[in-house]
Design a protein around this ligand. Structure first.
Ligand code: SAM
Length: 288
C-alpha cells in the first residue's frame, strides 16, 4: 500500500469504498505529505513511544505513526471507516483500531493496560467542536500524558498561546498553560485537506509540564475563579466572582482577597496572569 497523503491516493480509496464524507464527524482528510511529515517530526515520535491517535479517518496519518512509533491505538467513531482502515493499515502489526467515540473511551485505563501507565503521546486531527473537551478531559482526568500534538482551528491555537491584553485570552489559554507548554509547529492552509474546510488550521504541540509551574492550594477553586472571571468579560472581577453560580463568597471577602494580591477593586479578570489567578485562589483559601 502506497502512502495515502496525496489527492490521488485519497480519491482512489474514497472511490474504491464509495465512502461518503460525514459533515457531523468533521471529516476533512489530509492530502499533503509535507504537512504529515512535519506533524510526525514536530510530535517527536520515537520507537519507544505508545501513540494514541484520535480520528484516524482513512488512516493517512496513522501510516506515518505506525512507521515512527512502537505502538499505535487509533480511535475512530465512524464505522464506515473501519473496513477502510483494515485495508490501508494491513501492512502494520503495531496498530489497533477501536471503533468508538473517543469521549467515551477510558484513556487512563488504556494507557495503564497498553503502556504500563507510562506517559503516552497523543496525536490528532480532530473535528474542531470536540477539541476543547478532549484536551481538557485528557489533562484533568490524570491520564499520563507526555504531549498532545493536535490540529486546531488557527484561532484556537492563538487562544491557547496568548496572555493578558489579547482579545483571545480566556479560560482555555489559562487551562492549557496551567498544564502544558504550547507551541505552534505549523500553519496549515485549507488546501491541504479533502474536502477543504472553511477555516485555516494550525498544528499545536502541548507538552505537559513535568512539575506544576504554579503552586495553588486548591486547583478546582482556581478554575472556578477563572471561569467566573471570563464568563462576564465586561464586568469587573468583583462582579464576575460575585455573580458566579459556582462560588459563594461575599462582596467583602472578594474585595479583601483582591486587595491581598495587591490589585485594585476595579480590576477586570482578563488582566490577571496565571500566577495572579493562583495567588488569588490561595488568598480565598486562606480566608476560609
Ligand atoms: N486523521 C485523518 C486525517 O488527518 O486525514 C482524519 C481527520 S478528520 C479531520 C477527523 C476524524 O475524526 C474523522 O475520521 C472523524 O470520523 C473522526 N471523529 C470525529 N469525531 C470523533 C469522535 N468523537 N471520536 C473519534 N473519532 C472521531
Amino acid at each position: 500500500m502506497a502512502y495515502l497523503g496525496t489527492p490521488s491516493a485519497t480519491k482512489e480509496i474514497i472511490n474504491k469504498y464509495s465512502f461518503a464524507f460525514q459533515k457531523k464527524f468533521g471529516q476533512n482528510f489530509l492530502i499533503d505529505s509535507n504537512v504529515l511529515e512535519s506533524i510526525i517530526r514536530g510530535a517527536e515520535i520515537t520507537k519507544d513511544d505508545f501513540v494514541l491517535e484520535i480520528g484516524p479517518g482513512i488512516g493517512t496519518m496513522t501510516q506515518y505513526l505506525c512507521e515512527a512509533a512502537r505502538q499505535v491505538v487509533a480511535v475512530e467513531i465512524d464505522k464506515m471507516l473501519i473496513p477502510i482502515l483494515e485495508d490501508t493499515l494491513s501492512e502494520y502489526d503495531n496498530v489497533e483500531v477501536i471503533n468508538q467515540d473517543v469521549l467515551k473511551v477510558d484513556i487512563k485505563s488504556l494507557a495503564e493496560e497498553k503502556n504500563n501507565g507510562k506517559p503516552i503521546k497523543v496525536v490528532a486531527n480532530l473535528p474542531y467542536y470536540i477539541t476543547t473537551p478532549i484536551i481538557m478531559g485528557l489533562f484533568e482526568s490524570g491520564v499520563p500524558i507526555d504531549s498532545i500534538t493536535i490540529m486546531v482551528q488557527k484561532e484556537v491555537a492563538d487562544r491557547m498561546q496568548t496572555g493578558p491584553g489579547s482579545k483571545d485570552y480566556g479560560a482555555l489559554s489559562l487551562a492549557v498553560q496551567f498544564y502544558a507548554t504550547a507551541k505552534v509547529i505549523l500553519n496549515v492552509s485549507a488546501t491541504c485537506f479533502m474536502p477543504r474546510p472553511n477555516v485555516d488550521s494550525a498544528v499545536i504541540k502541548l507538552t505537559r509540564h513535568k512539575e506544576p509551574t504554579v503552586n495553588v492550594a486548591d486547583e478546582k477553586l482556581m478554575f472556578k475563579i477563572i471561569r467566573a472571571s471570563f464568563n462576564q468579560r465586561r464586568k469587573t472581577l468583583v462582579n464576575g466572582l460575585k455573580n458566579s453560580p459556582e462560588l459563594s463568597f461575599s462582596k467583602e471577602q472578594i474585595v479583601k482577597a483582591i486587595e491581598k494580591i495587591g490589585k485594585p477593586e476595579t480590576i477586570r479578570g482578563e488582566a490577571l496572569t496565571l500566577e495572579e489567578f493562583e495567588e488569588l485562589a490561595n488568598a480565598f483559601t486562606e480566608l476560609k
